[in-house]
Design a protein around this ligand. Structure first.
Ligand SMILES: NC(=O)C1=CN([C@@H]2O[C@H](COP(=O)(O)OP(=O)(O)OC[C@H]3O[C@@H](n4cnc5c(N)ncnc54)[C@H](OP(=O)(O)O)[C@@H]3O)[C@@H](O)[C@H]2O)C=CC1
Ligand SMILES: Nc1nc(=O)c2c([nH]1)NC[C@@H]1CN(c3ccc(C(=O)N[C@@H](CCC(=O)O)C(=O)O)cc3)C=[N+]21
Ligand SMILES: [Mg+2]
Length: 297
């Protein structure tokens, strides 16, 4: 059996294309384009790359990008003051504080300050609570993107066995909530799970969100499973030359591709969906704040 390789990059491009039309329609009726504010603290190179890519895609689909770059030496108080100003700024529809913050800064109180109506990362307690109680709200981007890819091969997952490896507030827990909302039977595995391979082998849908390069292999995958690899791990690649690196997921792709019914690659799987869903959430936030219904794209 040869697996479907789920093309997240193409799916994300299609989503951005549909968003472009919806953003233009929003601008025509409201008189201004949705605005996304991204706060980057410090000089972490990976974070700089993500933030640049977010800003570029924001502008490409016709939205406004507002970038705030602060030095790693910024005080907790000044960072929190910036979030307060962005909350109060009518030109800002979405606020994203790039994580992780540099050592010495505490992300929890910063996120807690974000106006839930502008919480395009879906990270506030209000957003998490709404998701857990099945009420409409802003859903974290990576989980939203992962679900879109699952539904692209499995439109109806009612009754399916889903196993999510990882229980972070950013990824694992909200993916589990979304799977449950669609009536899957959901197991959440983590570092204290006994016999992880046996648990994973039950899965019709296996989601890896661990942060350990290629940790899940053929032993963890049932024949015909749909495998969603959220992991983004940069590892040394001496075969490409001295000091070179490559991106790999949490799944050993080559070992699993022969067993799975469908699988997301890394790169080109869930990653591109994360940014596309951030843009979607920004449009949603701009609409919700004005009492308009969520967009259908
Ligand atoms: N594609 C994208 O857009 C995004 C990708 N990512 C990637 O997803 C991955 C996960 O990110 P995130 O959730 O933030 O990571 P965290 O480090 O916050 O969480 C990792 C989870 O994996 C669990 N875990 C760690 N080791 C094991 C193990 N040996 N066996 C079973 N479970 C284990 C941990 O368990 P415990 O709770 O018990 O410690 C924890 O719940 C990373 O590779 C990250 O880079 C993240 C965000 C966006
Ligand atoms: N507040 C906050 N929200 C986030 O959503 C958030 C964050 N902080 N901090 C970091 C993580 C990570 N993350 C990714 C986004 C896009 C790709 C992505 O586009 N990846 C490409 C490859 C990119 C490359 O080549 O480096 C791919 O998988 O194909 C990956 C990872 C968002 N995160
Ligand atoms: Mg990916």
């Amino acid at each position: 059996m040869s697996a479907i390789i789920i093309d997240g990059k193409a799916f994300a491009a299609g989503l951005r294309e549909r968003l472009t039309g919806a953003v233009a329609a929003f601008g025509a009726s409201v008189g201004t384009a949705p605005g996304l504010a991204v706060v980057l603290v410090g000089e972490d190179p990976a974070s700089q790359v993500y933030v640049r890519s977010k800003a570029k895609q924001t502008v490409e689909i016709g939205m406004r990008s507002i970038e705030h770059k602060l030095p790693a030496s910024v005080s907790q108080r000044d960072l929190e003051d910036l979030v307060r100003r962005l909350n109060a700024d009518d030109a800002v529809d979405g606020i994203l504080v790039q994580l992780p913050l540099p050592p010495g800064l505490d992300a929890t109180p910063v996120i807690a300050l974000i106006d839930p109506f502008k919480d395009v990362d879906g990270l506030t307690d209000a957003s998490a609570g709404r998701l857990a109680s099945g009420r409409a709200g802003l859903v974290p981007c990576t989980p939203l993107g992962a679900m879109m890819l699952i539904n692209s091969v499995l439109p109806d997952i009612a009754g399916a066995e889903a196993v999510v490896v990882g229980r972070s507030n950013l990824v694992g827990k909200p993916i589990a909530q979304l799977l449950l909302q669609q009536n899957a039977t959901v197991t959440i595995a983590h570092s204290r799970t006994r016999d992880l391979a046996a648990v994973c082998r039950r899965a019709d849908i296996l989601v890896a969100a661990v942060g350990r390069p290629e940790m899940l292999g053929a032993d963890h995958v049932k024949d015909g499973a749909v495998v969603i690899d959220v992991g983004i791990n940069r590892i040394p690649a001496p075969d490409l030359g001295e000091g070179k690196t490559r991106l790999v997921g949490d799944v050993a792709f080559d070992a699993v591709v022969g067993k799975a019914r469908a699988i997301t690659p890394v790169p080109g799987g869930v990653g591109p969906m994360t940014i596309a869903c951030l843009l979607r959430n920004t449009l949603t936030a701009a609409r919700l704040r004005r009492g308009l219904a969520d967009t259908a794209v």
